[in-house]
Design a protein around this ligand. Sequence first.
Ligand code: NAI
Length: 255
Amino acid sequence: MTETGRDFEGRTALVTGGASGIGRATAELLAARGARVAVLDLDPTGVEKPLRGYRADVTDSASVRAAVHAATEDLGGLDILVNNAGIGAQGTVADNDDAEWHRVLDVNVVGIARVTSAALPLLRASSFAAIVNTCSIAATAGLPQRALYSASKGAVLGLTRAMAADHVREGIRVNCVNPGTVDTPWVGRLLDSARDPAAERAALAARQPTGRLVSAEQVATAIAYLASPLSGATTGTDLAVDGGMQGLRLRPAGK
Ligand code: NAI
């Protein structure tokens, strides 16, 4: 029986947006569990060994193709693709102009299509192929001031299921994680821009039944579960990593 601790031994993985936050924690965890891991990011300068950093912009097909080619040559194939690069957007449906709608959908949705298209021939050649997309609770719950972001993540959820159906007979599993609010540099930037960062952090933590923000490592653990060769029967699913925010309905504390 394979030990979970080294279940990625001999496997190869590519993580987009892997220089920061959830992607970085995922790349480090997969490497610690035995995988050879490459990171694709707009800014890979901080990526340290044993991770291999490649510069790519997921909105640019040529840059994606070049980076996927170079990274997978270096890794010697590809078993696992983690489509994690993403950006945020705030406001109601009326608050962003057309250019911003196109920009966010281009990164969060079309970016997944570009990277996956470039990686598919290599994944088809793997006996343990898995794709994990980073979706969001914004795909499954209505959150205020997140119209554009939620539209992008709703698309990621639908895309995940469609990709799972298209590629199941090729032996490629496709799943996604739906994190709640995760304590990453991105959320740090959001808090810094709030009028009262401490109050904003407390409000975000209180929104999750655990009373805490999710950590990047907790999301990485869920991504690793879905990507693991031990999870060969799991495809087309979305896994909430949100401190109970999606599934639980609590009474007020003490009542
Ligand atoms: P982060 O901002 O800490 O890291 C995102 C990484 O993606 C950065 O290294 C950035 O350079 C890279 N990136 C951005 N645009 C790119 C592009 N065009 N091409 C290549 N790389 C690009 O963000 P975080 O929080 O780790 O988010 C990662 C993913 O998790 C995103 O898809 C986000 O939507 C999702 N997510 C985050 C949550 C949170 O509360 N932090 C909650 C739910 C989902």
